[in-house]
Design a protein around this ligand. Sequence first.
Ligand code: DX5
Ligand code: ZN
Length: 232
Amino acid sequence: MKLAPSLLAADFGRLREEIATVEGLVEGLHVDVMDGHFVPNISIGPAVVNALRDSTTIPFDIHLMVTEPASFIHRFKIRPGDFLTFHIEVVAEPGPLIAQIREAGAKVGVALKPRTPVEALFPLLPEVDLVLVMSVEPGFGGQEFLPGSLERIRRLKGEILRRGLAVEIAVDGGINEENIGQVVAAGAETIVAGTAIFGAQDRRAAIAGLRRAALGRTAQTKRRFEHGEGTL
Ligand code: DX5
Ligand code: ZN
C-alpha cells in the first residue's frame, strides 16, 4: 500500500514545512488543484505547485479538479514519477489529453466523481497508469467516506485483474484508521488521506496508525479467506 497525504489539509501558510513533516514517510503527495468551476472551491494552481516541486523528492499526484485540464498540463513542472490526474467527466475525447500528459513527462491518472459509474472508464484502462476513485464529492477535505465506494473499487479492481492490466487504483476522500482496511481490502493500492495525516499534530504517528490499521484488516481478511469465510 502507498500512502499519499493530501496537501489540501495542510497549513497553506507554511506548505514547505508541512511537506517536510512527511518526507521519507510516504510514497506520494496528493496535490488538489481546483478552479472554482468544476468544484465550488479554489485551492492552489501551477504557480504554487511549481514553487514547491523542488523542495521534495516525494512524487506528486496532481489532481486536476478543473473543467479544462488541457489548458493546464503544460504549466506544471514535472519530475519523473509524477502523475497528472484529470476528471473523466469533463473530457469527451481523452486521447489527445493523455498524449499531452505523457509529453509533459508525467504518468497518466484519471479520476471519477462518486456518481460516475466506474464502467465509464473501462475502455480507457489500457491507456492510463492510475485511476483515482473519489470517495467523497470533490471540492473539500474533511468529508465522510461514502460507503458505496467500496463496491466501486471492487468492480474496478475486478476489471483490471480480468484484463491483466497494470493500472493502479488510488482512493481519495474521507479515509481514516476506521475504514482504511476495507478500502485496501477492496483493491486500492494508493490511499490519499488529507485530514487523517495533515490534520494530525503528530504526522509520524498518524502515518504509522494508518499503516497499522490497513495491515490489521488485510491480515484479518486474508485469514478469513484462508478459512473459506470471505473473499479478498
Ligand atoms: C477533495 C480532495 C481530497 C481531499 C481529501 O476534493 O480531492 O484530496 O483533500 O481530504 P480528506 O482525506 O480530508 O477527505
Ligand atoms: Zn484530491
